[in-house]
Design a protein around this ligand. Structure first.
Ligand SMILES: [Zn+2]
Ligand SMILES: [Zn+2]
Ligand SMILES: [Zn+2]
Length: 498
């Protein structure tokens, strides 16, 4: 929540001075200690702070009969809130005193008072962030949250600025970044001691992780110049992070296992788990795809094909269970071969009356893509059509149960919904008296109705029948699958059989 700075600061003392012969002698009471030269000048009614500074630098002896000197070094602790962690929400929201206060508190401000409400221009009073200081700092809300003004009182800001001036003047890294010393070992840096590294140096320094002892290499090491550069909000732009401890390999071994070495080259420890670089991946089932590392590690994206396959097989399983429950008296076969062909049917019901019903679960992703198209006798046809023809040659009736009929992905398909679908098909077949090609007409009519209404066919019916409110409207992507099925007439043309 905070960045802590421990800043050493010298207090200022003042006293009257008199010239006695060649000697100067301090006389009377000592004044102070003062936090800053400006404070000392004000207290003793000295008009020129510049002259006080000159005296402190020992360039001149006195001003208005007073002399000044530094005394008693003191360490001040500053706890500066992380203003930049709070991103303004995208949706325009009207600020209230409470939301302004909450935003400030969230990033670490100690709020004293919120003034009259004027949006982000509202004046707010917060405690000074020098820990021993009881004083306050008043500014506009946006000065803190947008311009990253430091919450420091008039005195403490002088101490902080004096420190920054000193750090700008020094040429040594150890003065500006004492925090890096724990990671620095002379033996990895040409035996140069940490205190002899210049802050502006553009030669890389090689730091060692205190957790895993990993030593940086040319690839991940950076320069003192970078370590001492500051961002707009006053914080350093580079910090030490261990590449190995933060590597994809160490932090996400299960994702690293899907790294496609053939296409990417070997996975080294320099590749960070949070990298926004695109690479190739290969899942345990051999699917290959390309995506960003952070998409996998932070957004938890996995193999889309595996995910969709699992989803489809879940729907397929539900369908088989529903069919078994609805046809307890008949023979139900799963993954049965299509007679005289190389295809397999998802679920086959051999009815006692001699008819055979085939139920095909069509997952949108697999069944409605160009991959399933093929050229035959000069026209483009869909592989599934060949399978249905083979079925029909054997006298089977094939019913397509599409994922989009359930708005799957938006709706969690349950067995009750699936049972409704299978029952609907069963009633239709009975009403049609098992007529040849009645299945083709059914599949075609179902698809055409979906094209017209953009509603999930079975969800629409289910909602109506059971007084439900499941989302039945299909989104754009899903409608693409419907259009695909319609364009290639994956249900075949009924006219062929009529
Ligand atoms: Zn203060
Ligand atoms: Zn490490
Ligand atoms: Zn996969």
């Amino acid at each position: 929540m905070y960045t802590t700075y421990n800043i050493e600061h010298y207090l200022v003392m003042g006293q009257k001075i008199e010239k006695r012969g060649a000697e100067f002698k301090k006389i009377g009471e000592q004044y102070g200690p003062f936090m800053t030269p400006a404070e000392a000048a004000k207290a003793l009614h000295i008009k020129s702070v510049g002259k006080v500074n000159e005296i402190l630098k020992e360039n001149i002896k006195s001003v208005q009969g007073y002399t000044f000197w530094y005394e008693s070094k003191k360490t001040y602790k500053f706890e500066i809130p992380h203003m930049e962690t709070k991103k303004e929400e995208n949706n325009v929201r009207k600020h209230s005193k409470e939301t302004l206060k909450q935003n400030l508190v969230d990033v670490g401000f100690d709020v004293v008072h919120i003034g009259e409400l004027k949006g982000t221009a509202t004046r707010v009073t917060v405690k000074c962030c020098q820990v021993d200081c009881e004083d306050h700092c008043e500014r506009a809300y946006k000065e803190f949250m947008t311009d990253y003004a430091l919450p420091l009182c008039k005195v403490c800001i002088e101490i902080f600025r004096a420190h920054e001036r000193k750090m700008n003047k020094t040429k040594w890294l150890h003065e500006v970044r004492p925090d890096l010393e724990v990671y620095y070992k002379p033996e990895h840096n040409g035996h140069i001691p940490f205190t002899k590294i210049r802050k502006g140096s553009k030669e890389k320094i090689f730091l060692t992780c205190t957790q895993c002892q990993y030593v940086q290499t040319v690839q991940d090491a950076t320069t003192p110049n970078k370590y001492t550069t500051k961002k707009r909000n006053g914080r350093f732009s580079s910090n030490f992070t261990c590449s190995r401890c933060n590597s994809l390999l160490v932090k996400f071994p299960h994702i690293a296992a899907e790294w496609d070495e053939e296409k990417n080259g070997p996975l080294t420890q320099n590749i960070s788990f949070g990298s926004h670089q695109q690479y190739w991946w290969k899942c345990a089932n051999g699917h290959s795809w390309k995506t960003w590392i952070d998409k996998r590690t932070i957004s938890k994206a996995r193999c889309l094909r595996c995910f969709l396959n699992e989803r489809e097989s879940f729907a397929g399983k539900l369908m088989k269970e529903a069919i078994r429950e609805l046809f307890p008296q008949h023979r139900v076969k799963v993954e049965a071969m299509v007679p005289g062909a190389m295809y397999r049917n998802d679920c086959v019901v051999e009815l006692a009356n001699g008819h055979t019903l085939v139920f095909e679960m069509q997952g949108s992703y697999w069944h409605y893509t160009d991959r399933k198209l093929m050229e035959m006798d000069g026209r483009t046809t869909h592989k599934d059509i060949e399978k249905f023809k083979a079925n029909r040659a054997a006298g089977n009736l094939v019913f397509l149960v599409n994922e989009y009929d359930f708005n799957f992905g938006t709706v969690d398909v349950t067995k009750a919904i699936m049972k409704h679908a299978v029952e609907h098909i069963w009633q239709y077949v009975q009403a049609q008296n098992f007529t040849v090609a009645c299945d083709v007409a059914y599949n075609q009519e179902k698809c055409e109705q979906t094209m017209r209404t953009k509603q999930a066919y079975y969800i629409e019916q289910f909602n109506e029948r059971y007084d439900q409110t499941l989302p039945q409207r299909l989104d754009r992507t899903t409608m693409k699958y419907v259009t695909f099925q319609h364009r290639y007439e994956i249900y075949e043309q009924a006219a062929t059989y009529m």
